[in-house]
Design a protein around this ligand. Structure first.
Ligand code: 37N
Length: 130
C-alpha cells in the first residue's frame, strides 16, 4: 500500500509539471482558467461540463487523477468543449479550434515523451484495483 501512495505522489508531481508547462504557453491562455460566464453568458447553456487547466491543477491536488490517462481525459474534454462551442468558419472560431487541437496534441506528446510506460501501466493497475 505504501508503494501505491509513493507511485501516486510521483504521478501528481509529474502531472503538475505538465499542467504548468501547458498553462505557461501564451497560445493556451484562454484554456488556463474557466471560461468567464460574464464574458460568455450562454457558455454554460451549451457546455455541460466545462474544463480548464486551473481546474485540472486543483484536481491533481485533490488526488482526482490516479493515472495519466485520467488527466488526458480532461484534456480531451477541454478540447471537445472548445470545438463544440466554437464550430463556425469565422477566423475567431477557427483560431480557438486550432489552439484546442494544438493543446491536446502537445499534452499527449509531452506525456508520451516524459512518462515511462511501465509507470503508467502501474498507475492504471492501481486505478482499476480501486
Ligand atoms: C476557452 C473558450 N472556449 O470558448 C470560448 C469562447 C473561449 C474563450 C473565452 C475567452 N474569454 S474568457 O473571459 O472566458 C477567458 C479569458 C482568459 C482566460 C480564460 C477565459 C477568451 C477566448 C479567447 O480566444 O481569447 C476564448
Amino acid at each position: 500500500f505504501r508503494e501505491e501512495e509513493n507511485t501516486l505522489r510521483e504521478l501528481r508531481i509529474f502531472l503538475r509539471q505538465i499542467c504548468a508547462k501547458l498553462a505557461r504557453n501564451k497560445q493556451f491562455y484562454m484554456f488556463s482558467k474557466p471560461v468567464d460566464v460574464e464574458e460568455v453568458p450562454d457558455y454554460l447553456s451549451v457546455i455541460k461540463e466545462p474544463m480548464d487547466l486551473e481546474t485540472m491543477m486543483t484536481k491533481i491536488d485533490h488526488h482526482k487523477y490516479t493515472c495519466a490517462q485520467d488527466f488526458l481525459n480532461d484534456i480531451d474534454l477541454m478540447c471537445a468543449n472548445a470545438l463544440e462551442y466554437n464550430p463556425d468558419r469565422n477566423p475567431a472560431d477557427k483560431q480557438i479550434r486550432h489552439r484546442a487541437c494544438y493543446l491536446q496534441d502537445t499534452a499527449y506528446a509531452l506525456i508520451k515523451a516524459e512518462m515511462d510506460s511501465d509507470f503508467e501501466d502501474n498507475c492504471r493497475k492501481i486505478r482499476d484495483d480501486r
